[in-house]
Design a protein around this ligand. Structure first.
Ligand code: G3P
Length: 225
């Protein structure tokens, strides 16, 4: 099993953009230091550089376009993320899907630039296909459970265990994460027992009234008790 990780996707919630993003990122840094569990944050593009300059935990972009620097209005390049030492990218999220050829190139290009890649998948066959492209992480998230109150590890445990199985078959170096509906310690514990090395979480943290308690609770799911 790989080192546990919690990745907090801030998405575009009002609760996690602007000044709120800084508060969540600093709280995540504190919880990571206190628990020893790696916590990475993925703020909106507008907040990305500010966050990167304010915390020492890994900072990921929520998406990137597979283009080279040049005449592209409203686009984000890997090179521009690298300019500001952004640690990694989330790609192919269900809310921002990409073509397979773009996923493939982005994984290779980001690795060449020393950045980590988390490639999202929506079912086990897509997990198999994407894992064969060799990202650092695949994150399996059944779309129908995203933003809801029932965790993937409770509602669709087989999606996690089957993803772990196919990833082992195609590329042992890829680490499996899971997400959708993850809210508490028990959800994390189940995911971990099913073979997921970590979680990708959004609403359970960013919409919480007490961000620190929520993160502490999630982090405790990786402990053996
Ligand atoms: O990227 C994480 C995500 O899609 C899961 O969202 O709100 O169900 O934790 P949520």
């Amino acid at each position: 099993m790989n080192k546990p990780i919690i990745v907090v996707n801030f998405k575009a919630y009002g609760e996690s953009t602007g000044k709120n993003s800084l508060n969540i990122a600093k709280t995540a840094e504190k919880v990571s230091n206190e628990t020893g569990i790696e916590i990475a944050v993925a703020p909106s593009f507008v907040d990305l550089v500010k966050i990167k300059e304010s915390v020492s935990i890994p900072v990921y972009a929520q998406h990137v376009d597979n283009i080279l620097p040049g005449s592209h209005t409203g686009s984000i390049t890997l090179e521009n993320l690298k300019d500001w030492n952004i640690d990694g990218i989330i790609i192919n999220h269900s809310e921002k899907q990409l073509k397979v050829s773009d996923i493939d190139e982005l994984i290779k290009r980001s690795r060449g630039m020393g950045m980590k890649s988390i490639a999202c998948t929506n079912n086990v066959s897509v997990t198999r296909a994407v894992a064969s492209l060799g990202p650092d992480y695949v994150a399996i998230e059944p779309p129908e459970l995203i933003g809801g109150d029932i965790s993937v590890s409770v509602a669709r445990p087989e999606v996690i265990s089957d993803s772990v199985k196919v990833v082992k078959e195609v590329n042992i170096n890829v680490t499996v994460l899971c997400g959708a509906g993850v809210k508490n310690k028990n959800d994390v514990k189940k995911a971990y027992q099913l073979g997921s090395s970590g979680i990708l979480v959004a609403s359970g943290v960013v919409k919480s009234k007490d961000i620190k308690s929520s993160l502490m609770d999630l982090a405790s799911g990786f402990k053996g008790d």
